[in-house]
Design a binder for this molecule. Sequence first.
Ligand code: SIN
Length: 284
Amino acid sequence: MIVTPLSPVMGAEILGVDVAHVLGDSDFETVRRALLDHNVIAIRDQHLTPAQHVAFSQRFGDLMVHVKAEYLLPGQPEVLVLSNKKHPDGRAMGFEDAGRYWHSDMSYVDEPPLGSLLYAVEIPPEGGDTLFCNMYRAYETLPNSTKKRLVGLRAAHSYVASFEGKTSSGYARDTLTDEQKAQLREVIHPVVRTHPETGRPALYVNPGFTLRIEDLPQDEAVSLLDELIQHMTQPAFQYRHVWKPHDLVFWDNRCTMHHATTYDPSFARHMHRTTVRGDRPFAA
Ligand code: SIN
């Protein structure tokens, strides 16, 4: 197996492994270590059935089932389909505009995913890249006065608010049903979280799902969130993943945010995503 960094800020590609088959402990450890060291890993040239994708993902922990039940793969509910393709009857095959704003997956649940594994089944000839941002770097490079200000601060995250365009991404999209809303509630997480495996601090607010900062007047919270978002989304902390066919990209949601980009809709983009349950975020 060969692990090669993809940019100075984060990301590595892995060649020479076939995750359709059960990995031996040493190969598994190489992949796990690469994720912790590089935060985003692109495992190239994989040929995976949904069951194999699920089985590989489960080596890292329990899988989560997304609330948007209409976009789960029939018979394999751990797989969320992100796609602009349509069924013959015109129904969408997948979540077309998922994640077109900066976010850390499902930060709106108590135990958000440690990571997500997105498999490129079909990609457009250009566009549809995924941007990633390194939230360790974002934290480390804050002025000391801001770091002090963040100690003990906690933020509210909400998927419902995000659907309504109330979070700072301002991105409102298709609706959640009443049944889906009933499965969701606001959750509170530290603004700076300690990565449970590396012990490193990372910023843990995102424009997609972070609604407010607890115990701060809303105008102060909005201005602090704006300041943090400006800082963390600067190009110096970003890696742009340009997809290759059959990439399996695994990102660590505990120390990154990501942002899907647009593409020419006359081309198909069809992806399968699994998400691995993580710990409740904490600040050491
Ligand atoms: C996501 O999981 O947020 C979507 C990422 C992508 O489609 O590039």
